[in-house]
Unconditional design. Structure first.
Length: 788
DNA sequence: CTAGGGTTAG
């Protein structure tokens, strides 16, 4: 019975079985298992019948071929095992001892040095992940002069796969004749590790070129964001008459997108269609979706997706990004839910987009949903969600993610580490950030910049500068970090000093640099320095930039040169809400309240939407111009536009009302303030009470101020002055005593002069200037002379 | 023994 069934099956398999075989996702496994039994049986038979000697050349050849075939079958079994499900792994795993005994017999029979057998031994051991035996087999190969170029190629690639570039390189350098395959392997490995210079050297050394060789170089340049070099390699490839294939097209589309060469990209797409790569390759179609998306043609991207016969996760993820890029994050979420399968990249895309658009809370929420969906976060996910935690200042959440990244071994990745450093610093945990930094096995320049920026964020400019000086290398971002750090911490003199150091170091400043430098100039009212900075922006050809233009206009206004400020403003090719706000504020601060209000009306007329800062500038104008009615009008208008007033808006309103003597209204508004902690408003009211001699409200204001202004020196000073001006000397003295008791000190005055590009600052509370002794002496001399 | 290069996110 059994025999009958067996003999029938190979002749005419049942239709169901054929269908199953055809649809199997692992045809290799089937192929390897089916023919293995017969040759093995005959081999065992030979072993059992005496030592297999090879007396005639014909017999030798036949025996070597048998060995090679058997080893190939062993290797195929090993590869099939590593890809197959665990259940089916047991029948193939016993092939390793077989391979070992084959090896022994091959040695004894003298066929081990046969090129084919030697190569098979090498690949078999590699397939069974036996590195030691593999290396010995290769060593034997070389010793017996049986090492084919293939054996060398294979070993180079094995070292690269193990991450041992040094060994790969050593082997490559010692190769008798280097093949284009090993050149390809080396160039690719070096490019993937960012060692572009070495890769380029090999690229130029390689005497010939294949599609894979050129494509690997193109891909390497793209990976290292050297898109124009990639385009150059493509031109070289064409001039060498090497025809691109689908993989080349994919890499070139990426290169063109990176270089912004959309015209070239489209002609390459034309080439792909002509060569029929487009129809046959899902990857080419996927990269086309992204190409159209980056060109800003979402409809075309959508069309490519819709017309695809077969779509995979990548296609769906690309579509998801088509939605998120156009700002439709809800649509992107719908795509995510509709996808037949999702992976961590799909989730990561959505998380990153939410994080970029400032919706950090949603990013964190999506992250937990991703985990619930069973996706393991990768480097990018960690990086995005940690940035989200940083902006939420969510230390607990951030630390939890830190723990997971530790468990997954991703925490030492530079991207994740930088995000971690940033997150801990934003949560005011500089110590933890420093620990992460110190324990990093390899740091890049971004890690240094992150920590410098973190210290600046926490106002620790001494630490920031210490670190900045210790940096092994500095780039534009490093200089921007330290300069903006000083500017944000209002150490404007230091900001300008660093700017000068930057210029001296030969680093060319960028837009961000100038926005900090101009901010410093504006705050120091240093028109000369500001003008020099302006000249530099013209020289660099960036004065037309919206950021630079705004900063310049602001700098001129703050320095009192309204003429230049206005000229900058009106010359700008385009203006945004920040630009308008800066000009409105500039006019207000220089006392042109009416003009400021008129400019605001112009802004509204152009259809620009004002923000809370715009209204603050406007209310400031009203307050300084004493325009009470307008202030009330704009205060209402602001709320009508859906902008809720913040403390500073209330302060302005209280100020304008109080200055006009409408003290009761001011007090009433202040009582309505959602945040009761604004001491400055009470101080403004108190100050006005002083002017209008309203002791009744003054008492209440003083009481509130006293409660709130535990650390507000201005409040104490005002209160004390108020009592003094009313003749209530005892109260005034009491406040002064109170100030001393709470270790509060009135902020000292500070002034500075610029002499030959150097800033010299003078402080009222201590003699900090190194030459203060000499300066004082000369001052005494001058005073004595003038008194004569 | 026929290798070596690839698609989405950051």
């Amino acid at each position: 019975m059994r025999a009958a069934v067996r003999t029938k099956r190979p002749r005419r398999p049942p239709p169901a079985a054929t269908a199953q075989l055809a649809s199997s996702s692992r045809p290799k496994l089937e192929k390897a298992q089916v023919p293995l039994t017969l040759p093995l049986k005959s081999f065992k038979f030979r072993l059992a019948n005496g030592p297999p000697l090879a007396p005639t050349p014909k017999a030798f050849k036949s025996y070597a071929e048998t060995c090679a075939t058997l080893l190939r079958l062993c290797r195929a079994a090993a590869t099939a095992t590593s890809h197959a499900a665990p259940a089916s792994s047991s029948p193939s795993s016993d092939r390793l001892p077989l391979a070992l005994s084959l090896h022994a017999h091959a040695v004894r029979s003298g066929v081990a040095a046969d090129r084919s057998v030697a190569s098979h031994l090498l690949t078999t051991y590699a397939a069974f992940a036996r590195a030691a035996e593999r290396d010995r087999a290769f060593g034997d190969c070389v010793a017996a002069d049986a090492a084919s170029p293939f054996a060398y190629d294979f070993m180079v690639s094995e070292h690269v796969k193990a991450g041992d570039i040094a060994s790969a390189r050593r082997l490559f350098d010692g190769m008798p004749d280097r093949t284009v395959v090993s050149y390809t392997t080396m160039v690719d490995a070096l490019m993937k590790r960012g060692r572009v210079a070495e890769a380029v050297e090999l690229y130029e050394q390689c005497p010939s070129g294949s599609v894979a060789f050129f494509t690997a170089t193109i891909s390497g340049f793209v990976r290292n964001e050297l898109h124009h070099n990639a385009l150059g390699v493509f031109r070289k490839m064409l001039s060498c008459r090497v025809r691109p294939n689908g993989i080349t097209i994919v890499c070139m589309i990426k290169a063109c997108v990176g270089a912004g060469e959309f015209g070239l990209a489209l002609s390459i797409v034309g080439l792909a269609i002509k060569s029929n790569f487009f129809e046959s390759s899902i990857e080419v179609q996927n990269s086309l979706i992204t190409l159209y998306l980056r060109m800003g043609d979402a409809a075309a991207a959508r069309k490519v997706f819709d017309e695809m016969d077969v779509k995979d996760v990548v296609s769906w993820t690309a579509l998801l990004d088509v939605y998120s890029e156009s700002g439709d994050l809800d649509g992107a979420r719908r795509v995510l839910d509709a996808m037949p399968e999702r992976n961590e990249v799909s989730w990561g895309t959505l998380i990153a987009r939410h994080e970029q658009r400032g919706n950090a809370a949603e990013a964190v929420k999506l992250y937990s949903q991703m985990l619930a969906d069973g996706c393991r976060p990768n480097i990018s996910c960690f990086s995005s969600v940690l940035s989200a935690c940083a902006s939420l200042e969510d230390l607990r959440g951030g630390a939890r993610i830190h723990a997971r990244s530790l468990k997954m071994g991703s925490s030492t990745n530079v991207f994740v580490s930088c995000s971690l450093i940033d997150m801990y610093c934003k949560c005011n945990k500089c110590g933890d950030a420093q620990t992460i930094f110190d324990t990093l096995p390899q740091k890049n320049i971004v890690c240094w910049n992150s920590l410098v920026s973190g210290y600046s964020y926490n106002g620790k400019m001494v630490e920031a500068m210490y670190l900045f000086k210790k940096m092994p290398a500095r780039n534009l971002a490093s200089w921007n970090t330290i300069i903006s750090g000083y500017a944000q911490n209002r150490q404007f003199v230091d900001a300008l000093k660093s700017f000068n150091a930057m210029l001296a170091s030969g680093q060319v400043p960028g837009e961000i640099t100038f926005s900090s430098v101009l901010l410093a100039c504006a705050n120091l009212c240093s028109l000369v320095t500001g003008k020099m900075a302006h000249a530099k922006t013209i020289k660099l050809g960036i004065e037309e930039s919206i950021f630079i233009g705004t900063a310049l206009s602001d700098m001129y206004a703050k320095s009192g040169d309204l003429q230049s400020s206005k000229r900058m403003f009106y010359q700008m090719p385009e203006r945004n809400d920040v630009t308008w706000t800066a000009m409105i504020q500039g006019l207000a601060e220089n006392g042109f309240a009416e003009e400021s209000i008129l400019l605001f009306e112009d802004m509204m007329a152009t259809g620009m939407t004002p923000n809370e800062h715009t209204f603050l500038a406007l209310l400031f104008a009203c307050s300084h111009g004493g325009l009470v009615e307008q202030a009330i009008h704009y205060f209402d208008k602001m709320q009508a536009l859906g902008i809720s007033p913040k403390e500073k808006h209330y302060t302005c309103m209280v100020d304008v009302l109080a200055r006009a003597g409408r003290l009761a209204e001011a007090e009433a508004l202040l009582m309505k303030t959602p945040s009761k902690s604004e001491a400055n408003s009470w101080a403004a009211l108190l100050s006005a009470c002083n002017t209008y001699r309203n002791e009744e409200i003054a008492e209440r204001a003083a009481k509130r101020l006293h409660e709130l202004a535990k650390d507000n020196t201005a409040g104490y000073v005002l209160l004390s002055n108020m009592y003094a001006s009313c003749g209530r000397w005892k109260d005034a003295a009491r406040i002064r005593v109170l100030m001393k008791g709470t270790t509060l000190k009135k902020d000292g005055g500070c002034s500075w002069v610029q002499v030959r590009g150097q800033y010299h600052a003078f402080f009222s509370w201590e003699a900090k200037h190194p030459l203060s002794m000499e300066i004082d002496e000369i001052l005494d001399l001058l005073m004595w002379e003038s008194s004569l």
